[in-house]
Design a binder for this molecule. Structure first.
Ligand code: F6P
Length: 322
């Protein structure tokens, strides 16, 4: 293999740049040219490829987002789109592709592998919803951002004797919410995997007030079946919560920022492993963190289901939120 491509796709996550850098620099080690595909599958369909030199990936290790940019496109989901993408790769003499992204990106990777093109995936999504790996790139940085936000919000909540409803990202997965609720000392957490009703949240807030707490924090995952704005409306309509209630939707602040040490290391190891897997002739696989080891798993396993949350975390959250 003498020429490969690398692209980032779907929602960006901190550490993607570190993975790109690792792919390019490991390529140099093996005399493999690495071409960057701009804007994910959109760039693949448009043939938007350019060679990445060692210089171009210099100084990006600590940067959030992705220098290759990313996009969410539907066009690659069709058979015609996939055939066009394959043609573009062949036109540019690309012999293998590394796709860095979340569930949708890995589905695209699988489609290309099914057409016989060598593809290796790297799991990158703040949601930590990709099965088959303990962690995806960007999760740790997002968690650190959420925890810092929770700490700041608790300062003002305590000062005013307020209850805060804090909505965190995660799509259909409650990982960010459950872990940040434990590490941020929240009183209540509601996630798609174990949803707490509006009434239960009301009762928990009242109980915290009656117990004499100076504040209460409820972390709500964006994937639950109700809107946080409706939750706040409901709590206000009850009129007996005790605390004044405020809503804070953390939003895209969770996606950006300089990657944590953990994410830099994870992304670097995954980038190296992905290139080595391509060299070994592996395809249709995703690199994965299995305990301390870097390994590969079939992409089919990764996209088959949303990564489940370790049930012990629910118990931990319950015990510690008294
Ligand atoms: O998958 C990452 C993620 O940030 C989810 O947590 C969130 O639901 C979604 O992407 C937001 O997507 P967009 O940036 O396209 O609005």
């Amino acid at each position: 293999m003498k020429r490969i491509g690398v692209m980032t796709s779907g929602g960006d996550s901190s550490g993607m740049n570190a993975a790109i850098r690792a792919v390019v620099r490991t390529g140099l080690e093996y005399d493999i040219e690495v071409f960057g595909v701009r804007q994910g599958f959109l760039g693949l369909l448009n043939g938007d490829f350019h060679k990445l030199t060692s210089f171009e990936v210099s100084g990006i290790l600590q940067r959030g987002g992705t220098i290759l940019q990313t996009a969410r496109t539907q066009d690659f989901k069709t058979a015609a789109g996939q055939a066009k993408g394959l043609r573009r790769l062949n036109e540019h003499g690309i012999e293998g592709l590394i796709i860095i992204g979340g569930d949708g990106s890995l589905r695209g990777a699988q489609a290309l592998a099914n057409l016989g093109f060598p593809v290796v995936g790297i799991p990158a999504s703040i949601d930590n919803d990709i099965d088959g790996t303990n962690m995806s790139i960007g999760v740790d940085t997002a968690l650190n951002t959420i925890i810092e936000s929770l700490d700041r919000i608790r300062d003002t909540a305590t000062s005013h004797t307020r209850a805060f409803i804090i909505e965190v990202m995660g799509r259909n997965c409650g990982y960010l919410a459950i872990i940040s609720s434990i590490l941020g000392g929240a009183e209540i957490v509601s996630v798609p995997e174990r949803e707490i009703s509006l009434e239960e949240i009301h009762d928990a807030l009242v109980s915290a007030y009656v117990r004499g707490k100076s504040h209460a924090v409820a972390v709500i995952a964006e994937g639950v079946s109700y809107k946080t704005t409706d939750l706040v409306e409901y709590l206000e309509s009850r009129g007996d919560v005790g605390f004044e209630v405020r809503l804070s939707i953390l939003g895209h602040v969770q996606r950006g920022g300089s990657p944590s040490a953990f994410d830099r290391l994870l992304a670097t190891r995954m980038g190296v492993k992905a290139l080595e897997a391509l060299r070994e002739g592996q395809s249709g696989v995703m690199v994965a963190l299995d305990g301390p080891e870097m390994t590969t798993v079939p992409i089919e396993k990764a996209i088959g289901r949303t990564r489940p949350i370790n049930p012990s975390y629910f118990e931990l959250a319950r015990i510690l939120s008294r």
